[in-house]
Write a protein that binds this ligand. Structure first.
Ligand code: NAD
Length: 331
């Protein structure tokens, strides 16, 4: 029996977390779910954005499946998502981007993984208004955090027979901060003589990705570039509804999709549940439940390839629930 914290989130969060939970249960995995929530709705009810029950549950269970949480734009509370990653030192944001046969995309056989530094960069949120017409924000890069994210990427490459890790930076302009990140990547790469370190400036990286994404296997980068490249890569394989993710620390992990709360389709039974279902498969792999994880992945792939029960974003007309049921049927 596994004890897992489930954060439903808001927007499409409750819909996709319900799907993922049902799919996990269909594999026969025995789970005691601790269902908690955070965000604006909780603030309106309880006066806090993240109640203590959320922290208590995460600290007890150490494994979390999480729906997206809306962050107000330009005002209001800071991102709950970023806060949790920082608070629990979930330094490695791992986002596998893989072509699923049957999806619409001009590209075939994309198979890459983004390793995004998850605890610093511009996301430390230190900004100030310096005058009526100017504002500053601080981008933090430390040696420790840079070394550990690059190591995660190289370890993944080594364990999965990948030949190349691409480090993405802007050290031509940000010579000190991105320069430090790049130096750390060069240093770590020396421990892996059989894996090539490719260096790429972030603007060129964007162009290379849309011209020929198949040239990349493992990408490692700082927080903001990793965030942007993740959405770009999601677009290359058919959209945000398809790309899963994991926030991994030394002894804790939160599994969540790359996508946000999608307010434009929330509550309409239109969301594609694939991204969170595949995040669940990552969680099962993390728990050592490989067979059940593969069952989920194969069922998702088969459902999409058949194309009968797929959501609107994939060119189909099924609802979230219909697509989820089709996946469960295959399991
Ligand atoms: P978004 O990812 O929510 O949506 C972008 C577009 O992709 C929308 O058109 C949406 O309908 C579509 N989309 C996203 N997920 C989909 C799915 N599963 N199925 C079908 N279509 C899907 O990005 P946004 O609109 O920029 O952000 C909305 C909110 O989500 C913001 O408040 C943002 O801060 C938050 N956000 C949260 C997380 C998180 O919780 N980890 C991540 C990203 C954004």
């Amino acid at each position: 029996m596994y004890n897992i914290t489930l954060i439903q989130g808001d927007g499409i969060g409750p819909e996709v977390t319900n799907s993922a939970k049902a799919v996990i249960e269909a594999t026969g995995l025995e789970v005691c779910w601790d269902i908690v929530n955070a965000g604006i709705h909780i603030y309106e009810k309880e006066g806090v954005v993240v109640p203590d029950s959320v922290f208590d549950s995460i600290e007890k269970n150490k494994v979390v499946l999480k729906g997206p949480i809306t962050t107000p734009i330009g005002k209001g509370f800071r991102s709950v998502n970023v806060m949790l990653r920082k608070k629990y030192n979930l330094f490695s944001n791992v986002r596998p981007v893989k072509t699923i046969p049957g999806t619409k995309s001009p590209f075939k056989n994309i198979d890459l993984v983004i390793f995004r530094e998850n605890t610093e960069g511009l996301y430390i949120g230190i900004e100030k208004q310096t005058s009526e017409n100017s504002a500053e924000s601080i981008k933090l890069v430390t040696r420790d955090a840079s070394i550990r994210i690059v190591k995660s990427a190289f370890e993944y490459a080594k364990n999965n027979n990948k030949e190349k890790v691409t480090v993405v930076h802007k050290a031509n302009i940000l010579k000190i901060s991105d320069g430090l990140f790049l130096d750390c990547a060069r240093e770590v790469s020396e421990e892996y003589p059989n894996i090539e370190l490719e260096e790429m400036i972030v603007d060129n990286m964007c162009m290379q990705l849309v011209l020929n994404p198949n040239q990349f296997e493992v990408i490692v980068t700082t927080n903001l570039y990793g965030d942007i490249l993740s959405d770009l890569c999601a677009g290359l394989v058919g959209g945000l509804g398809l790309v899963p993710g994991a926030n991994i620390g030394d002894n804790m992990a939160i599994f969540e999709a790359v996508h946000g709360s999608a307010p434009d389709i929330a509550g309409k039974n239109l969301a594609n549940p694939t991204a969170l279902i595949l995040s669940s498969a990552m969680m099962l792999n993390h728990l050592g439940e490989r067979e059940k994880a593969n069952k989920i992945i194969n069922s998702v792939f088969e459902t999409i390839q058949k194309g009968k029960y797929i959501t609107k974003d994939l060119g189909g007309s099924s609802t979230t629930i219909e697509m989820t049921n089709a996946i469960i049927e295959k399991i």
